[in-house]
Design a binder for this molecule. Structure first.
Ligand code: F6P
Length: 357
């Protein structure tokens, strides 16, 4: 067997651990040839061709290493590739040619929603056998109960909340922590619960500034002179919630981010010093947690198992504690958002966390 690994989209802690596990099993134990494609699908285009053999030796020390040694990008969709004159070009056929030239039995594509959609298109439109491995720190891929990188991001955000508590309490301030999650608020919800936030603002629940202010006032009345607000980067006040997702994003970006907007809309309602922190890519960089190293290793081995069984066209996933394969076509049916009437949201409310809606 001869396969190539490609990674697409933003990085996530655990990408290298997937690669390492895949190579250890496929090359070290089964004797396959495994190639690594650099810079996502672009490494298969002639002008940026970058493909190298991967061996257990070249994967040494990768288990706990953040980022990806292959490099990745969320730019340059091969099916709508941006050309210098501003137009876009469908270059899917070129990818298929490269796969044939390299005499590959198939591609293993590690990536999020968008990347898996491309993988699916490569398979259905160009006959390239693919196996998908899900990746996103947002944990919003519906096909799998968990993606690696998510737990690490929640750990980082929780630690940030612990640290913000002591400084917020010392200064009687309202502190906003903006965490990743443009469409799905899983990181905000889980880190908010784990970090004892007073308010959690999610993209799924446009918030009322008045409700948030009232929570802060109630805390004050109880002698709690500081408050901690976790803001997912896609969370917007109700007044901004109308309009398409694209418009909403543009408004958030133009306004300097979701935490900045939250502070702005709360300023007239709450008499307190307010500060905000944008955690940003600190959630994605660095070493994966032990949990994510294990999950990434399971996904890497699971991908080899699918390829060995000839189950091309499937995505490795974790379902009810077990590693399984699901048809890629079913897996790319849209994101899994936080369920506003789900158990975790109810738990947050039950311990007095205000969700602003
Ligand atoms: O999808 C993963 C993610 O980390 C989102 O949470 C975030 O909105 C986005 O990527 C950031 O992307 P970039 O690294 O391109 O700024």
């Amino acid at each position: 067997m001869r396969v190539a690994l490609v990674m697409g989209g933003g990085d996530a802690p655990g990408l290298n651990a997937v690669l390492r596990a895949f190579v250890k099993r496929a090359v070290g134990q089964l004797g396959w040839d495994v190639l690594g494609v650099e810079h996502s699908f672009q490494g298969l285009f002639p002008e940026r061709f970058a493909v190298r053999p991967l061996t257990p030796l070249s994967c040494q020390g990768l288990l706990g290493r953040g980022g990806t040694i292959l490099g990745t990008t969320n730019r340059g969709d091969p099916f709508a590739f941006p050309m210098p004159d501003g137009s876009t070009q469908d270059r899917g056929g070129e990818l298929a040619d490269a796969v044939r030239r390299l005499r590959l039995d198939g591609l293993v594509v590690v990536g999020g929603d968008g990347t898996q959609r491309m993988a699916h298109r490569l398979m259905t439109g160009h006959g390239v056998p693919v196996i998908g491995v899900p990746k996103t720190i947002d944990n919003d891929l519906g096909a799998t109960d968990l993606t690696f990188g998510f737990r690490t991001a929640v750990d980082v955000a929780t630690e940030a909340l612990d640290r913000l508590h002591t400084t917020a309490a010392s200064h009687d301030r309202v502190m906003f922590l903006e965490v990743m999650g443009r469409d799905a608020g899983h990181i905000a919800l889980e880190s908010g619960i784990a970090g004892g936030a007073d308010v959690i603002l999610l993209p799924e629940l446009p918030y009322s500034p008045e409700r948030v202010a009232s929570k802060i006032h109630k805390r004050r009345a109880l002698g709690r002179t500081f408050s901690i607000v976790v803001v997912a980067e896609g969370a917007v006040p109700r007044a901004l919630a109308e309009g398409s997702l694209r418009e909403r994003r543009a408004r958030i970006d133009a306004g300097g981010g979701a935490a900045a907007i939250a502070r702005e809309v709360l300023s007239p309602l709450v008499q307190a010093e307010m500060r905000f922190v944008v955690l940003g890519h600190l959630q994605r960089g660095g070493s994966p947690s032990p949990f994510d190293r294990i999950l990434a290793t399971r996904f890497g081995v699971g991908a080899v198992d699918l390829a060995a069984a000839g189950r091309w066209g499937e995505l490795v996933c974790l379902r009810q504690g077990r590693i399984e394969g699901v048809p890629l076509g079913d897996a790319v049916q849209g994101p899994r958002l936080v369920d506003p009437s789900g158990e975790l949201v109810a738990t947050a409310r039950a311990v007095g966390i205000e969700l602003g809606a």
